[in-house]
Design a protein around this ligand. Sequence first.
Ligand SMILES: NC(=O)c1ccc[n+]([C@@H]2O[C@H](COP(=O)([O-])OP(=O)(O)OC[C@H]3O[C@@H](n4cnc5c(N)ncnc54)[C@H](OP(=O)(O)O)[C@@H]3O)[C@@H](O)[C@H]2O)c1
Length: 296
Amino acid sequence: MSAPVVAVLGTGIMGAGMARSLRRAGLEVRVWNRSQDKAAALAESGATVAATPAEAVGGADVIITMLTDGPAVLAALTAAAGGLTDGQVWLQTSTVGVAAATELAAFAGANGLDLVDAPVLGTRQPAETGQLLVFAAGSDRAREKAAEVLDAVAARTVWLDQDPASAAATRLKLVVNSWVLATVTAAAEAISLAEGLGLDKRIFADTIAGGGLDSPYLQAKAGAIANGDFSPNFGLATAAKDARLILGDAEQAGVRMDMLAAVAERFQRAIKEGHGDKDMAATYLVATTESDRRDS
Ligand SMILES: NC(=O)c1ccc[n+]([C@@H]2O[C@H](COP(=O)([O-])OP(=O)(O)OC[C@H]3O[C@@H](n4cnc5c(N)ncnc54)[C@H](OP(=O)(O)O)[C@@H]3O)[C@@H](O)[C@H]2O)c1
């Protein structure tokens, strides 16, 4: 079997990294992005830059969507309709929530696409190095056709269900992200509390380093906060979108998410303060009552 041709729709932080990982694996890659400069930057990796979603997907074996949310994915795929062909595999890797995942499965069914609900865990660097963790729900046929693509972008793929309309992968992604968003916010608060109580802002992460409470993720985010480096790996506005999705799906399920509701509120405050384009670690920047005073 010849190597699959891959179309990547959406070359933001994650899509660009994934496209480069696919090129490094020697696959033919077409890229499209709404703001063309971000797709054009991938030409030097050997990717072909497409002017429209339809041009990108035409003749591709595997389509990857890596866009902000469900409406953005649906808009891009609808615009791609002229280039879609029966049996193309569609790896839907954006985080979209259960309702949108179900809607996208219906679109795939109506357009003859072999959908894999395939949200990813991992941020800018794992995307760039092909080390993502993919949660996947899709058919064995799609799994086989997408194998080389998944090998190129992921360290591991966890297959959960044969039916993408189950949104099983999306459900697991929401579960894991509820912990991620809470962890970052808890770390930011602990660091602010240390400072407020007259301690060094590195003391919290340094004290738990290497012990049972530690994690590489916590050290990475605490380090970014301590260094004042809020360049985006996971944008705060994107994280706020995830918080909304989690709260919506939790409510549907009758699950109270008191902590995540507080996180979502705090992210909204950070967006209002102009931090939406920064990394979500910038939740730290609204940790003091000073920001409340600015609001009132
Ligand atoms: N960053 C992470 O750590 C991470 C990890 C796992 C999963 N995710 C998920 O991956 C997805 C992408 O995240 P990201 O971090 O790569 O975000 P990003 O850098 O902000 O990229 C978002 C992409 O979506 C596009 N887009 C947004 N609205 C659109 C619309 N209406 N029509 C067409 N294109 C649209 C953007 O186009 P423009 O460039 O034109 O704005 C851009 O290509 C999200 O669902 C996110 O939740 C992110």
